[in-house]
Ligand binder design. Structure first.
Ligand code: SF4
Ligand code: SF4
Length: 379
């Protein structure tokens, strides 16, 4: 096989590396997210290895990502001593036996002896922490697995509220966390800063919003005054400009995407101070000028009919202000999902009781706006 060009030969700089909390490990600012790999397995292996060639040293997979662990295991052959592996244990049955069995399956499928960064529960919630990790004996199993050398760094991935993330950080049990964060969804910013201040590493998933932020949108393009190759570049540069973030994992489907993202993660300064200020000011201004100036304060909540008012408005603004219509519609569909009751209900479930409107400090005509959300984002 022909040797490919290195980052230097491509005319770029080597990737940036950042300390993962207090572990002493340095991770590349760009990680490989293996949730949705290319269909062609040989090509998938090639794409993953291309990222390794360019200096990516963090590979993130999960037991729940179909064939991903097995394909990652193949890609790791010949690279194991240069790459850190992360995988995740889905909490299927709340039993310690089940947890051990899934850990062992991951080790076998990846064909490795030790998982470097183990998300001991995939999508950990505070309730799981209390019920499984503390009362159910899960944390003892985690310590045992670490003592046996099967896992190295104890971490979690999380989609819980920022408040609960902070509670998980404050338990002092974890060395790192993997959470969602991007240009248009900064809800976890405070939890990310808290984790960093507590000596934890932070992995960001969805830096380009599952690829949707990469969609052509003039509004996004205009956020940075200087020329950029794509919206994905702006989104990735924004995440990496946060010094509390150790590594952003991006799902990359082509060699070209790997090379573009590696070039972005090689910049010493992802955004200059002026660019960062310009992005933040532009985001705030667009929001301020919108008819739907919902600050997400949640004073209107709870709704007796469980409508998630701020979430419906957030999605509407993504559509209306940033032209991210498909992203917003997909988000809207995922509200009212019976498997995720905490997401609440959609705009169309409003029964117009009127309880929320007097509580809104922005005087938003909530009922009328919810009707518009249902019209624009519903089927
Ligand atoms: S008016 Fe609609 S959104 Fe507001 S509290 Fe009543 S049901 Fe909920
Ligand atoms: S009270 Fe008003 S501004 Fe606050 S979350 Fe509800 S709708 Fe948005």
């Amino acid at each position: 096989m022909n040797r490919r060009a290195s980052a230097f030969e491509l005319g770029g700089h080597p990737l940036q590396y950042r300390e993962f909390g207090n572990t002493g490990v340095k991770l590349s600012a760009l990680g490989f997210g293996a949730m949705r790999l290319p269909q062609d397995e040989e090509y998938a292996v090639e794409v993953i290895r291309r990222s390794f060639e360019l200096g990516v040293n963090y590979l993130d997979t999960a037991r729940g990502y179909g064939e991903s662990e097995r394909i990652c295991g193949r890609a790791l052959k010949g690279w194991r001593d240069k790459v850190y592996v992360s995988t995740k244990n889905p909490l299927q049955d709340n039993t310690v036996e089940g947890w051990w069995s899934r850990l062992n399956t991951s080790l076998e499928t990846l064909d490795i002896d030790c998982i470097d960064f183990y998300q001991v529960v995939h999508s950990l919630r505070w309730q799981n922490y209390e019920e499984f990790l503390v009362q159910g004996g899960g944390m003892e199993a985690v310590r045992k697995a670490r003592d046996q050398g099967l896992i190295k760094h104890v971490c979690f991935s999380c989609h819980d509220t920022p408040e609960n993330m902070i509670k998980l950080i404050d338990t002092g049990e974890f060395e790192g966390m993997t959470v969602q964060y991007n240009l248009l969804d900064r809800r976890n910013e405070i939890a990310i800063a808290h984790a960093n201040a507590c000596g934890m590493g932070v992995i960001v998933m969805g830096p380009v919003g599952g690829g949707r932020l990469a969609a052509p949108s003039e509004q996004i393009r205009k956020l940075i005054p200087t020329p950029v190759a794509s919206n994905a570049e702006i989104a990735l540069r924004f995440v990496l400009s946060n010094p509390n973030v150790t590594c952003a994992i991006s799902g990359m489907n082509t060699i070209e995407m790997v090379e573009e993202n590696a070039a972005v993660a090689s910049r010493e300064e992802p955004l200059t101070l002026e660019e960062k200020k310009a992005v933040e000011a532009a985001l705030a201004e667009v929001q301020r000028l919108s008819d739907l100036y919902c600050t997400g304060c949640r004073y209107c909540m709870p709704c007796p009919n469980e409508v998630n008012i701020p979430e419906n408005f957030r999605l509407m603004n993504l559509h209306r202000l940033y032209g991210l219509t498909e992203y917003a519609r997909a988000g809207y569909r995922s509200v009212s999902n019976p498997e995720r009751p905490k997401r609440g209900k959609r705009a169309e479930d409003c029964v117009e009781c009127g309880e929320c409107e007097p509580k809104c400090p922005q005087n938003i005509p909530i009922i009328a706006q919810l009707k518009e959300v249902a019209r624009e984002l519903g089927s």
